[in-house]
Design a protein around this ligand. Sequence first.
Ligand SMILES: [Mg+2]
Length: 457
Amino acid sequence: MTARVLVVDDSLPNRKLLEARLQDEYFEVAGAASGAEAITLAQRWSPDIILLDVLMPGMDGFEACRRLKAQLSTAHIPVVMVTSLNDQGERVRGLDAGADDFLVKPVDQATLFARLRALLRVKQVLDAWRLRAETVRDLGFEPPSAPPEDFEGAKVLLLSHDASEAATLSHALQADGMALEQFSDEKLVWQKLQDPAAHYDLVLNSLPMPGGDPLRLASRLRAEAETRDLPLMLIANAEQRELVLRAFELGASDHVLRPINEQELRARVRNQVRRRRYQLRLRAEFDRSLELAVTDGLTGLRNRRYVVRHLESLLRDGAACGVLMIDVDRFKPLNDYYGHAAGDAALREVAARLREHVRASDIVARYGGEEFLVVMSGPGIEETGVVAERLRSAIGNSPIDLGQAKLPVTVSIGSALSAVSADAAALIAAADAAMYRAKSLGRNRVEAATNQDWRLA
Ligand SMILES: [Mg+2]
């Protein structure tokens, strides 16, 4: 895993030492000598991780961290604070400033790389979601603003055999409004985690794990789709260091050492839950924007952009396709006479009837003003004409109730099959030409594309 690491330290020898070690492991490295320089470089160079010295003249590491985490352009970059004292009060201050982890000087090499890899793995997942969110923003959809920070109702699952430790942990997390559920059986934990209604924000695993294997738990969490992004935090003794390092390699997110400092535990849990919720929010935002980007606002049908891509990908996969171009007859006079609101209501009703009468596997889209496109694929393509006839009568056979009037509405339909050409644009154009022929032959009818319609296309 190669990545960009920004090393921030006011001492040149310290910086050079860390930089050299990271370069030996093929990380790309840049150095900054102060908090202010770190902030500028973080914006310009977009590192994947920042190693931040705590004690620096001027702006110290805590303040630099707070500023990095307060800026939209740098908030997502994990920050590891490098302290000279193994002081719990200092760690809590750092965690409160938004730090993601700590390393104590002199920095232990195995711990350094285990922590970097764990943080980078999380960042990769978040980056993928951030990128998708940006893409939908480029399409013109503004994301909802971030909700205020709130941990109320967060659910933490604890795998532990120690009831008294569990009680202590539960009490500590309650102070942040979080609920802890303890289980001592690994199998039961799996059942719980796979329950789609469970919605856990974090898994805590208290070591040792009698009769179970914490490394298996860590790797299984990462292997299964339902739990892949769920953070895992270990509670361990100092002498379990090797096991903890292995667990980090397998996907553990963080750890707390005994004796447990309540402030540190809470700060670490908050960080994990915050990151988890941020990720869930990005995903929900993406799903919502994607939905908007492919949906026609008036009718709720798929839009033109979506249906054309859909047809192209079906044809690329070699699927047999049929398309129906459907146009509402004499829509303009209807719109002029009854008004736009009535016109919109008529289009919505036409859309609803189309949706109701196509096959489950067919896609109906609003193609333009009063034009709809149906894309059919797979078995039964030869029924395209039958489906078209069914759609025509579903609309023409009963008038649309507009409240003030019952309006007879009819459609003209042109159909074309990919057996003639597997080019999406040609297929749509042939169906369109057939539809115009249906219009000229008197409307309220279905016409299949003829050789001449294909030639016109
Ligand atoms: Mg310093």
